[in-house]
Each structure stands twice: as structure tokens, then as C-alpha cells.
Design a protein around this ligand. Structure first.
Ligand code: GLA
Ligand code: GLA
Length: 680
């Protein structure tokens, strides 16, 4: 739990008041010693109380196989401690040094086309290399033993963004480990042959050694082989995480362990809901990709991180003060973005707000990536904004440790369906699982209705409405759980390409949507995907793209909420709802996008009685979340717009922002307010 870390933080200066953490990745090895003193001075000025150190320090700590150099890190740890800054100490295993890759080129990853990923950048290691593992664990043991009792140490940071660049490795090591993983999953070749459907295209295996990762092939590789390789690759990294963690727990059982996840657009290889149980608190990195939904996406990612953390507070390990260096065009943040972006993470449960990185590098691939101390130095608008944010986070200290209060709506985000639905040889290659989920989320934001991103590991029954977009993989037990949910009064909403396959990616026969057919009271004989640019109209103002279904209503009580008005399926049902024991099961057969969903949703929410808890004039303009502590709820109100917004009818005392005596809140463009409401 993050509370373990917070109590260690308190230990660093004896002060027991709750606080939020504030800081950055700190890479002192890039700077002469003279800068270090200045760093600590500025950290104090900014209110920084935690930094992550050593993330890319392997070559500095172990300059040769049997040479260690901890002197500089000892000094840095002492300096930070004296400055009242706690250290989230990295295990430094993210980027193997040149001496290691020269001696052991067999640790380098190999792509599906057989190319080696050479050293020269970072994360050039095979997750399954026994040689890499041995060297990495030796480093972890040395570090843990050396800093075990250091008073600055508040948490361990395993590796860095595991899988950022090396999640898929097709090397011979990977092939061997994949076979072991398959043996453990299936037991016998017969079971594997069945699961993979190898009767197709003469793929039947008669020896384990015949099995390979899905390397570049003449045509579509076996789909279940591809899906299992995704599962295996996530597990291989999880295994590395565990191996490092075991050493840390053995040597420093009281120091919490984390690793920074990458719940953000563009990352899908790591099954984080499955990893969360392996660490003591969840950490996330997030970077904004400029675009029409960029801040919705930020909110979505933060919300999903909270879901992965089961509603408990989590640690924002990295985001940026302004531009990054790795997008095609690296757009600077506008005034107010830095604070609002950070506070939106806090609104969704972050108890720590950290950046990559503390001081902007003068050299290297990330020299144009923003930092807390920019190239311009402390006399800069950016550093002033950093200082202001430090003061704001201090004022928000009372909410540290508070958890997410369940929203009336849950949106189920399912890694298995994400992986499987986007595989090749499908009805369309245009399906984008994350985008579909994000569009639903944006529609809830537009209506001012709170919705929690949840995973299969969460308790679905907490929500009156459960939206499961493209829930493609539905094993029998999930179908049963969803049926129980609706029988007990829950309102399920699902979409096209849901309920189609089981855990082996085998189609549920008898008509789509297979596993959910009876629950939904419909039957589909054929999919009608749409080519890019093609659209169909529905009753009401909505337009569908990407997908349509030829639906037949099969249950007498299934209601048709909207028909197709154009296209091949003109006149047939497009959106259906079947009442169940107290709840309902709704099916949306096309991609409506945020606008279409915003107009449809009020109808879908009606039977559940779910509506916005914002006054009408603020809906869509303001995002609201609630965190709940032992004695109070903390209500966040985030201005999503570039205009001033007024929200009447509020109660509570303002931790941030100014609430007028008549309960009216005025939010400046991009401003955030937090109201504390005591619990009776
Ligand atoms: C990732 C890494 C950092 C840094 C940033 C840049 O999040 O963890 O080391 O490269 O990206 O955005
Ligand atoms: C990922 C990371 C970024 C950056 C890029 C580099 O997206 O999150 O921070 O490191 O990779 O390509």
C-alpha cells in the first residue's frame, strides 16, 4: 500500500501530518557534483519531497563485471536525506551497460523478422535471458544490501517501464521460455493442439520443440498462438518483476516495492491488472498526446490506473511539465496545463505527482524533453509553475490516503478482449479497442456522469450500470457473472464484436454474440463491417461507422431502441435492450463515436436512474470525481474548457478554489477546485 510509503516518508523528518508526494526522476550522474547542492536547494524551494534515483545508473554503479562504484550514490542519498527528500530507489536494471552486451550479445532482443535490437539506446535485453537475469539480480542484491538501512530510502522502483521497448522478443530464449509457459498452461500437446485449433492449415504439433513464437510467417500466424504469445510476453516481464522483488523483500522486508506502469495511449503489451498484485503500490507514467481528446485520454488513463489499483491511492511516477521529445511534433503545454494535468491525476487517486525529470538534460536523446528545472534555469515561468504546484499539493495534504468513491457507472476495460479483438484475419482491421472505450468515457464526461474504469479483477456489482465495449473474449464464467449481475438488478451495456470467443479464441457457435446471445435476447447471423469513410444512419441524430450487425430479435421482451435508417440492414434493429430480473442487457451494434453516444446514453441510463450529479449548466464543461477518506469526501471539480465556468449549488469547504457563501464556484479556465465535505 502507498500508506507504507507515506509512513516511511514521515519517518524521514518525523512529521506525521498527511501529505501528497511531489518530485521527479533525478539523474545526478548526468551532472557535476556542484549542481547537486543546487538541485537540493531548488527541490526544497519547489516543495519536492520524493525523487526516483538510479533508474539508468547501471553503468555508473558497476563500471566493470567486478567493479562497483557506490560512492557517488552514497553522497546523493545523504544529500537528499539532509534536504528532507525521500528516495524511491531504482534497481538500475533498465539499461544494461556496454561491457555486459559486449560480453553477452545473447541477451539482446530479436524482432519477429529476426533482427537484433542492438545496444546504444536502452532496454536492450530479453525478458527471458537467463544471462541477463543473473547479472540484473546480482546488481539488485548489491544495491539492496548497500542501502537497506539508509534513512532516505522510502520505496524500491523495480527496473523502469518494464516492456516499454522490449515486450515482444522472438529470440531462441523466448522460444524456450514460451514452450515452458505452454507446457504449464496446457499440460499436454493434445490440449495445446485443441486450444490452438491446429487441425487448420496442417499445424498439428507432435513435439514441444516444434513450437515457436509467432515469427514472421508466410501468412497470418495461428491466432491462438498469437494470443498466447501476448499472454506469455506479459507474464515473462511479470516474472522478471517478481524475481527482483523477491530479493528486495528478502533484504528489506519493510520497504514497499513498486514498478512504473504505462497506462496510456500507445501501450498495450502488459496486462497491468494481472501485475498489480505483485507490487506494494501501483505507480503509473502518463504522457499527453496532443489531439481532440487529449485531456479525456489523460482522465481515462488516470481513472483506469485507479481501477487497476482497486480504488486505492496510487503513485504518478512520471508525466511531463511541458513537451516531450518522442512525438512527431512535441507540443509545449499551455499556461495552466501543468497544474491541471497533475491535479486531474490526483482527482483520480494519485497521492504522488512526479515528473520525468528533475533537471532537463544538456545531452542525450531526451535533451529536448521538458523537466521541472528547464534549460532556462530557475528564472523561468516553468519553474515558477512548478513551485506553485508544490504549494497547491501542500494545501491538498488532507486528502492523502483517501480512496475512490464508487461511481454509478463502471466501464469494463478488459486486456484479453483488447488483445484478441485487434488481432489480424478478423472482419475488420480498423477496430480500435481503446478508442471505443475512450469514446464511451468521453460521452460520460460530456454528460457530467461519473464513470469508473474497472477491470475483470474488480467488483462489478458496485456499479448500477456496467458498460463493456467490445467485450470480445467471454469465457463461460464471465458470461455467468454478467448474467448474475443483470439478474441482481445491474444494467449491462455491450457493443459489437462482444461475446464472440472463449479464452482459446474459439467462436461460440449458434449465432453471435455467442456467449451473450441469450442474455441480450438477440441473434446475429452475419457481421456487416463498414469500409473506412462509410457510414449508416440510425433513428435519432446518430451515425454509425466501422461495424453493423444483421440482428434478429429472439426474446419476446427484447425492445428495439433504434433501427438502422440506411445501409444494408436498413429497417433492422441497431440498438436493443432486454429487461432481466430487475436489470437489463443492452446491445449497441455499431460505432457511434462520442457524439452519437452522448445523444444515446441518457436513454440507456434511464432504467437505472443514473444521472449527473452536476448542475445542468456545468455538465460537460466540468469533470467531477470524488475521493473518500475516513471523515470526509473530497469532491474535485475540473474545468475542462478554456473559459470561465460557474457551478452553482455546491457545498463543502474549499481546499482549493473559492466557494462563495451561496455555494457558487467560479472556475477560471483550466482551473481545479477541491471541496471537502465532512461525512456525518
Ligand atoms: C518514459 C521513461 C523515462 C523517459 C520518459 C520520456 O516514461 O520512463 O525514462 O524516457 O519516458 O517521456
Ligand atoms: C514510450 C514511453 C515514452 C518514450 C517513448 C519512446 O511511449 O512512454 O516516454 O520513452 O516510448 O519511444
Amino acid at each position: 500500500m502507498i500508506s507504507t510509503l507515506l509512513s516511511r516518508m514521515h519517518g524521514t523528518d518525523g512529521d506525521r501530518t498527511p501529505r501528497l508526494l511531489y518530485g521527479a526522476d533525478y539523474n545526478p550522474e548526468q551532472w557535476p557534483r556542484s549542481v547537486w547542492q543546487d538541485d537540493v536547494r531548488l527541490m526544497r524551494e519547489a516543495g519536492v519531497n520524493v525523487v526516483s534515483v538510479g533508474i539508468f545508473s547501471w553503468a555508473s554503479l558497476q563500471p566493470a563485471p567486478d567493479a562497483w562504484d557506490f560512492g557517488w550514490l552514497d553522497e546523493v542519498m545523504d544529500l537528499l536525506h539532509e534536504g528532507g527528500v525521500g528516495v524511491d530507489l531504482a534497481t538500475a536494471t533498465a539499461s544494461p551497460p556496454p561491457w555486459l552486451t559486449t560480453a553477452h550479445p545473447e541477451i539482446l532482443p530479436v524482432t519477429s523478422t529476426g533482427e537484433t535490437l542492438w545496444p546504444g539506446a536502452r532496454q536492450h535485453w530479453r525478458p527471458t535471458s537467463p544471462v541477463f537475469r543473473r547479472h540484473a539480480l546480482r546488481l539488485v542484491r548489491e544495491l539492496a544490501a548497500r542501502y537497506a538501512g539508509h534513512p532516505a530510502l522510502v520505496a524500491w522502483h523495480v527496473n523502469n517501464e518494464l516492456g516499454c521497448h522490449n515486450v515482444y522478443d522472438y529470440s531462441d530464449d523466448a522460444a524456450r521460455a514460451f514452450r515452458d509457459w505452454l507446457r504449464a498452461r496446457y499440460g499436454t500437446l493434445e490440449a495445446l493442439n485443441h486450444a490452438w485449433g491446429t487441425a487448420f492449415w496442417s499445424q498439428r504439433y507432435t513435439e514441444w520443440e516444434q513450437i515457436l513464437p509467432p515469427r514472421l510467417a508466410a501468412s497470418h500466424p495461428n491466432p491462438t498462438q498469437q494470443l498466447d504469445f501476448k499472454r506469455f510476453s506479459s507474464d515473462a516481464l511479470k516474472d522478471h518483476l517478481r524475481a527482483e522483488r523477491e530479493i528486495l523483500r528478502e533484504i528489506t522486508p519493510d520497504v514497499p516495492v513498486t514498478t512504473n506502469f504505462m497506462v496510456m495511449g500507445g501501450t498495450k503489451g502488459m496486462d497491468y491488472p494481472d501485475w498489480a498484485a505483485e507490487i506494494d503500490f501501483v505507480s503509473n507514467d502518463h504522457y499527453v498526446r496532443p489531439g481532440p481528446q487529449d485531456r479525456d485520454e489523460l482522465s481515462f488513463s488516470a481513472n483506469l490506473t485507479s481501477g487497476i489499483s482497486a480504488g486505492r491511492p496510487w503513485f504518478l511516477m512520471e508525466h511531463s511539465t511541458s513537451a516531450v521529445n518522442w512525438q512527431p511534433v512535441n507540443v509545449a503545454k499551455r499556461p495552466g496545463d501543468l497544474a491541471r494535468d497533475s491535479l486531474l491525476h490526483v482527482a483520480h487517486g494519485a497521492d504522488a505527482v512526479c515528473f520525468f525529470q528533475w533537471r532537463q538534460s544538456a545531452a542525450g536523446a531526451e535533451k529536448y524533453h521538458s523537466a521541472m528545472v528547464p534549460h532556462a534555469g530557475e528564472d523561468s515561468d516553468l519553474f515558477r509553475a512548478v513551485r506553485d504546484l508544490g504549494a497547491t499539493l501542500k494545501a491538498l495534504a488532507p486528502l492523502a490516503g483517501s480512496e475512490r468513491e464508487a461511481a454509478p457507472v463502471g466501464i469494463l476495460y478488459d486486456w484479453q478482449s483488447w488483445w484478441a479483438s485487434e488481432q489480424d484475419s478478423h472482419p475488420t482491421s480498423l477496430l480500435d479497442y481503446r478508442q471505443e472505450a475512450l469514446d464511451w468515457y468521453s460521452a460520460f464526461l460530456a454528460l457530467g456522469v461519473r464513470a469508473d474504469l474497472v477491470t475483470r479483477h474488480g467488483d462489478l456489482n458496485r456499479h448500477q450500470v456496467l458498460v463493456a465495449p467490445v467485450l470480445h473474449v467471454v469465457p463461460a464464467d464471465l458470461a455467468e457473472a454478467l448474467t448474475r449481475y443483470t439478474d441482481q438488478g445491474g444494467h449491462l451495456v455491450t457493443t459489437y464484436f462482444s461475446g464472440i470467443v472463449d479464452e482459446n479464441d474459439h467462436v461460440w457457435l449458434g449465432g453471435y454474440p455467442g456467449a451473450l446471445r441469450d442474455l441480450l435476447g438477440i441473434r446475429i447471423e452475419e457481421f456487416g463491417p463498414l469500409v473506412a469513410g462509410d457510414e449508416v444512419t440510425l433513428d435519432g441524430p446518430a451515425t454509425g461507422t466501422l461495424w453493423t450487425d444483421r440482428i434478429t430479435v429472439t426474446a419476446p421482451d427484447t425492445e428495439v431502441l433504434a433501427h438502422y435508417r440506411s445501409g444494408t440492414y436498413r429497417g433492422r434493429p441497431a440498438v436493443t435492450r432486454r429487461p432481466t430480473g430487475g436489470g437489463s442487457a443492452t446491445y449497441v451494434s455499431t460505432r457511434l463515436g462520442t457524439r452519437g453516444l452522448t445523444s444515446l446514453l441518457p436513454r440507456l441510463l434511464e432504467p437505472a436512474g443514473v444521472r449527473s450529479d452536476l448542475p445542468a449548466e456545468a455538465r460537460g464543461l466540468v469533470e467531477t470525481t470524488v475521493r473518500r477518506g475516513p471523515d470526509a469526501r473530497f469532491r474535485f471539480l475540473v474545468n475542462r474548457t478554456d473559459d470561465t465556468v460557474t457551478v452553482p449549488g455546491l457545498t463543502g469547504d474549499a481546499l482549493l478554489g473559492t466557494l462563495a457563501a451561496d455555494g457558487t464556484l467560479t472556475l477560471a479556465p483550466r482551473a481545479v477546485a477541491v471541496l471537502r465535505q465532512p461525512l456525518a
